[in-house]
Write a protein that binds this ligand. Structure first.
Ligand SMILES: C[S@@+](CC[C@H](N)C(=O)[O-])C[C@H]1O[C@@H](n2cnc3c(N)ncnc32)[C@H](O)[C@@H]1O
Length: 230
């Protein structure tokens, strides 16, 4: 069943908004996990939004990311283990074959998976309930349409179909709109937030045209939560 939830963040300035959406998404994702799992794997952990937002203290929190700078600023405690791993590389989970996790979490990262079919397949081999939040093609929808750029990300339907191949999960779609005081702030956000995956999707000329023609004073985000009950 798909459940759609919308929220509107008003007047975000570029600075405070860099992580605002990702942090809200983490909170929503963690709310789904009722049973306080003690052995957790976090894929694409970044600077630790999942770990920092947890309301319980797990016995072991294993976090992976391919960006060393992110792991450097991830919290480190007696219960954390941090590893560099690229989920686009085959066998990125091999070193965890002997681990027994109680939940695998991934928030705002797997949209950058090149072959999500393969990544989901590798994750499913760990036989552990999953909770994923993945950005969909509904993100920046009007903006991409205005600039005649095809969607960068997979649609929610594609993600649901893929997840059904490997997981027995429920799905919820979150929609957020982030309003900006100026178009300049909005584009600044896009550049710095990392939501664009570090890609320069527009040339300077395209960017200028878009700033003149974008019909909204907010950016759209769509995220799908894919959650398996334990
Ligand atoms: C938007 S951040 C989300 C971080 C954190 N999970 C959160 O919710 O705030 C996406 C993270 O995915 C990581 N990432 C992107 N592609 C990756 C890959 N191929 N392998 C591992 N990590 C990746 C990035 O380095 C970044 O830390």
């Amino acid at each position: 069943m798909i459940n759609v939830q919308s929220q509107f963040c008003k007047n975000a300035n570029a600075y405070e908004s860099y992580n605002i959406i990702q942090n809200r998404v983490v909170k929503k994702l963690l709310e789904k996990i009722a049973e306080s799992p003690q052995y957790i794997l976090d894929i694409g952990c970044g600077s630790g939004a999942v770990y920092k937002s947890m309301t319980w203290h797990p016995k072991k929190f294993v976090a992976v990311d391919f960006a060393e700078e992110m792991l450097k600023i991830h919290p480190k405690d007696e219960n954390t283990e941090l590893y560099i791993a690229d989920f686009n590389q085959k066998g990125f989970l091999e070193k965890f074959e002997d681990y027994r996790f109680e939940r695998i979490i991934s928030s705002s990262a797997l949209q950058w998976g090149d072959n999500l079919d393969d990544i989901f397949g590798q994750i499913s081999l760990l036989n552990t309930p999953i909770s994923f939040a993945i950005f969909t093609s509904g993100t920046f929808k009007t903006l991409l349409k205005t600039a005649s750029i095809p969607p960068l990300l997979r649609s929610k339907d594609t993600l649901i179909e893929l997840s059904q191949k490997y997981f027995d999960a429920e799905h919820e779609v979150l929609k957020y709109s982030l309003e900006f005081a100026s178009v300049r702030d909005m584009f600044q956000y896009m550049k710095k937030s990392g939501v664009g995956g570090g890609r320069n999707i527009l040339s300077v000329k395209q960017m200028r045209e878009l700033m003149n023609n974008y019909p909204l004073n907010y950016l759209e985000f769509e995220i799908i939560l894919i959650h398996e009950k334990s």
